[in-house]
Design a protein around this ligand. Structure first.
Ligand SMILES: *Cc1c(COP(=O)(O)O)cnc(C)c1O
Length: 417
């Protein structure tokens, strides 16, 4: 039986222990020793088996190539960050001046750079704060402005994994006053419901479903006169209108239409880190910032750094994916297919925004089609590739994949054949 110290002294194992931590590496050594004891690994191969079994990083999350055609995929961590955001996070991850004014040596406002970047991007907002995610923003607003929240019945959305916005709102102690029916609500429904106990009218963008047919909803502009704050959860995080997504609400337009506060996620179409952004009237934002719950929901230095770099830096990957032309995607797919040869083919495909945005909207796309039985080995490969099955083939959509990863995609498919 190879001894633990002997295995740990192997230069390759020792180097891994420096990088990954001794305990993690020791656990791998122990597991291999058990396999030796069970007769599965010959003693002479123990060191090599340990080296092969060492993880590549101390964390268990892997880089995954997203070939699903869903640009913002919640199961794949939503928005991939720009290089500028990654760089900003590396710089901020040590000790940093997140709450210190280096010029005066005094305590400074936390995350002021990210706030100013948000206000520059959305000029209709007087003030902004950043919390952990959009659900946290809703919880903070409900806690701070509730009493009674007036909301259309057709906007009481389940956002995914069994989480429902009405349950979240009520968990804060706020009361919901539902107005209208599943398919229709009118301004008169809102005005009849607003009273002395009303904290706000809440408008929630139905970002993951569509109601069609005999429907009616009330625009923010019409609600602006009802006499209580109008809070709009636009979800997707589009800062301004985008020509590729004509029906998706954006922060600037919604505020300009008369919303007092708008809420959205940072890691959907904005293309940045997980965050909940609240923008709008200065007095309301100040109330949220002063509420004790804000202290429990605020974000860390790295989120602030990534958000600011996403807003001020080069166009983030999600927007480049959104704006890629079909011709560009086809050129990439042809290059991938040429490199792969065999039975790989270029096919037309339909991509989606995903992550709660433009639910029925299909973005024309191009995919590389490979045999269906490659789906599983691709998913289990290094790096893992996630595509989707359609008509008996595995499709690898290129709109959701960074062009810089095309080569890695070729390598991953080759490794599975
Ligand atoms: C996605 C979404 C949420 C939840 O946002 P998180 O940032 O994931 O908490 C809330 N409301 C709407 C309308 C959404 O689209």
């Amino acid at each position: 039986m190879p001894r633990t110290d002997a295995l740990l002294a192997d230069p390759r194992v020792a180097a891994a222990a420096d990088r990954l931590g001794r305990e993690l590496v020791k656990a791998v050594v122990t597991a291999v020793q058990q396999r030796v004891r069970a007769g599965e690994v010959p003693p002479v191969d123990a060191a090599d088996t340990v080296v092969a079994a060492l993880p590549t990083s101390a964390a268990s999350l892997h880089r995954v190539l997203n070939a699903t055609g869903v640009l913002v995929h919640t199961n794949l961590g939503r928005a991939p960050w720009s290089a500028a955001a990654v760089e900003a996070v590396v710089a901020a991850s040590g000790t940093t001046d997140v709450e210190l004014d280096l010029a005066t040596g005094r305590r400074g406002p936390r995350g002021e750079g990210a706030i100013q970047a948000l206000l520059a991007a959305v000029p209709a907002a007087e003030a902004a704060i950043v919390v952990n995610n959009c659900a946290a923003a809703l919880a903070l607003v409900a806690t701070c402005l509730g009493g009674e929240l007036v909301v259309a019945r057709g906007e009481l959305v389940e956002i995914g994994d069994g989480f429902r916005i009405p349950d979240l709102l009520e968990s804060t102690g706020a009361r919901l006053r539902e107005v209208g029916t599943t398919n229709r609500v009118a301004l008169a429904d809102y005005t009849a419901a607003v009273g002395p106990g009303t904290g706000a009218v809440l408008k929630i963008h139905p970002s993951n479903f569509v109601v069609r047919g005999f429907t009616r909803s009330v625009e923010v502009a019409e609600l602006a006169g009802v006499g209580v704050p109008v809070v709009a959860d636009v979800g997707s995080g589009l800062l301004r209108p985008h020509p590729a997504l004509p029906d998706e609400p954006d922060l600037q337009t919604t505020l300009a239409a008369g919303a007092d506060l708008v809420l959205c996620s940072g890691d959907k179409l904005l293309g940045g880190p997980q965050a909940g952004l609240v923008l709008g009237r200065a007095d309301l934002v100040q109330r949220l910032r002063r509420h004790p719950l804000y202290r429990a929901l605020r974000v860390d230095k790295t989120t602030l750094a990534a958000l600011e770099a996403t807003l001020r830096g080069p166009v983030p990957p999600v927007r480049r994916m959104l704006e890629a032309t079909v011709a560009e995607l086809r050129t990439r797919a042809e290059a991938v297919v040429a490199a792969l040869g065999g039975d790989a083919q270029v096919v037309d495909a339909g991509a989606r925004v995903g992550g709660g945005g433009a639910p029925e909207f299909e973005l024309p796309s191009v995919a590389v089609s490979v045999p269906a039985d490659l789906a599983e080995p691709l998913r289990r490969g290094t790096p893992p590739v996630v595509g989707y099955l359609a008509e008996g083939r595995t499709l690898l959509d290129l709109r959701s994949l960074d062009p810089a990863d095309d080569e890695a995609l070729v390598g991953a498919v080759r490794a599975c054949r």
